[in-house]
Design a protein around this ligand. Structure first.
Ligand code: ARG
Length: 488
């Protein structure tokens, strides 16, 4: 007897009916395999972007004649309903349908038979790559906005303390006087590089894989440029950017790795800022008081006020770095092209995005509420040894070779320390005894950190006048950025 056409075959128990790929299978996956392989529990947050991708694909199928206008209208309406259910939380997610893509397609096909045509010339491989890119493009913009918000909080704190001197440290030893504003603006610069790194990552995320199919494109004449354009995968002149190689397109996760790398660098910056605040909040420094809301007490020691928020920001940088490493290791041995390993990209991506945004957001709050004790900083900055280099510079001005100047001031430090003093305690005669060129050293030390900061003329140095200019420059940049956010 001739075999029956497949459409008349009864489905095997628990197979074809349940999974879109069930046609060639005799058995449904075992329950624990389903649980092991599913991703819908975490990739459902891609729903909105997946629907956007499907809509563009359907519109293109309709324009190229693979579905009728009426079928497109039904698909559009169905996807709209699904989007609304997802937003309201009334959409039923099914683990047996594996992932967000198959859940949405199955729901659409329940709403309209036209749903069965949506996957024409599309694979989940180009679909998931498109969806994640769409999601990440939006995510990068929101991370950049969070970076700007933290920069604004830092600039605000710098502006409120423009002229406050503090000791600058190398090796965590007092080195030379700086300004608190200058110290805070250092973090504004770091965050600016983070922002630019994300801008670069955005440019490489902005390429459309849709139409690349499973790995080898399609025999059907798709209009890839139309879908790319509709989805906003365009360059600055509005020209569509479509992935040039179908095999690369479905297996490339560089764009995620780049985001995770940029995020890891940013998290390391936040960790360093957190560490500065933790140190400064200690009784030994007492340079800052953190708001009660950003600290917690001890269950045992009644006097304690612990800087938990900065500590957790410092701690969470570890997992953000770990997410980058985890993804790179996942990618490292993969043969071309799509492999299911790639499904492991999403939790790393989401975890980094959520963690980084929380850290940026909370550090902005911490900075906005922190009270700097500029008197304590000024007292610490009054340490005369911070001006040892200034005395050496002064000798250079008088024609003493720098190495000789360094040695002479070093001698003064030793003479002072040998008698349990510091260079601020040396009399003019004692300076003169070391070298006649040092006649003015005692006066220079008396002029104090604030005046000496004013003497720092080099671009990029902690001079109050330069700090004011830098604050104004950053204000302009941040105002422009918030104007652009407002327009968008
Ligand atoms: N959930 C999958 C992922 O995240 C979607 C792609 C699955 N493709 C496949 N051929 N199994 O990577």
């Amino acid at each position: 007897m001739a075999p029956l056409p497949p459409s008349n075959l009864p489905p095997m128990a628990g197979t074809g009916a349940a999974t879109p790929w069930g046609g060639r299978f005799h058995e449904a996956p075992a329950e624990k395999i389903r649980r092991f392989t599913e991703s819908v529990s975490f990739d459902r947050r891609l729903a909105e972007h997946d629907i956007r991708g499907s809509l563009a694909h359907a519109r293109m199928l309709s324009a190229t004649g693979f579905i009728t206008r009426q079928e497109f209208a039904q698909i559009e309406e169905g996807l709209g309903k699904i989007a609304a259910r997802v937003r309201e939380g009334s959409f039923t997610w099914r683990e047996d349908l594996e992932d967000v893509h198959m859940n949405i397609e199955a729901a659409l096909t329940e709403i309209t038979p036209a749903g069965a045509k949506l996957h024409t010339a599309r694979s989940r491989n180009d679909q998931v790559a498109t969806t994640v890119r769409l999601w990440l493009k939006d995510e990068i913009r929101s991370q950049q906005a969070a970076m700007r918000k933290l920069q604004a909080a830092l600039v605000q704190a710098a502006e409120a303390n423009t002229a406050a001197p503090m000791p600058g440290y190398t090796h965590l030893q007092r080195a030379q006087p700086v300004l608190l504003a200058h110290h805070l603006l250092a973090y504004v610069e770091m965050l600016d590089r983070d922002h630019r790194r994300l801008e670069d990552a955005h440019a490489r995320t902005n390429v459309c894989p849709l139409g690349c199919g499973a790995l080898a494109g399609s025999t059907l004449p798709l209009d890839r440029e139309a879908t790319a354009r509709e989805l906003g995968f365009v360059d600055s002149r509005g020209r569509p950017r479509v992935a040039a190689n179908s095999m690369d397109a479905v297996s490339d996760r560089d764009f995620i790795a780049e985001f995770l790398a940029a995020a890891a660098i940013c998290a390391v910056h936040l960790s360093r800022l957190a560490e500065d605040l933790i140190l400064w909040a200690s009784a030994e420094f007492a340079f800052v008081r953190l708001a009660d809301a950003h600290t917690t007490g001890s269950s045992l020691m009644p006097q304690k006020k612990n800087p938990d928020v900065p500590e957790l920001v410092r701690g969470k940088s570890g997992r953000v770095v770990g997410n980058l490493v985890a993804l790179l290791v996942t990618l490292k041995g993969l043969p071309m092209t799509y492999n299911r390993d790639l499904q492991e990209d999403k939790q790393r991506l989401f975890d980094t995005a959520d963690t980084l945004r929380d850290c940026l957001d909370l550090m902005a709050d911490v900075m906005a509420a922190a009270q700097f004790d500029t008197r304590a900083m000024r007292r610490a900055a009054a340490d005369p040894s911070l001006l040892a280099t200034d005395i050496a510079d002064d000798l250079v001005r008088r024609g003493v070779p720098f190495r000789e100047a360094h040695r002479l001031v070093g001698t003064a430090v030793r003479v002072a320390q040998d008698s349990g003093r510091d260079i601020g305690d040396l009399s003019p005669d004692e300076w003169l005894a070391i070298s006649p060129e040092l006649a003015g050293a005692a006066d220079l030390l008396r002029s104090g950190a604030r005046r000496r900061l004013g003497a720092r003329a080099t671009a990029g140095s902690p001079n109050p006048g330069l700090a004011r200019k830098e604050i104004a420059r950053w204000r302009r940049i941040l105002n422009r950025a918030s104007g652009q956010d407002g327009d968008a």
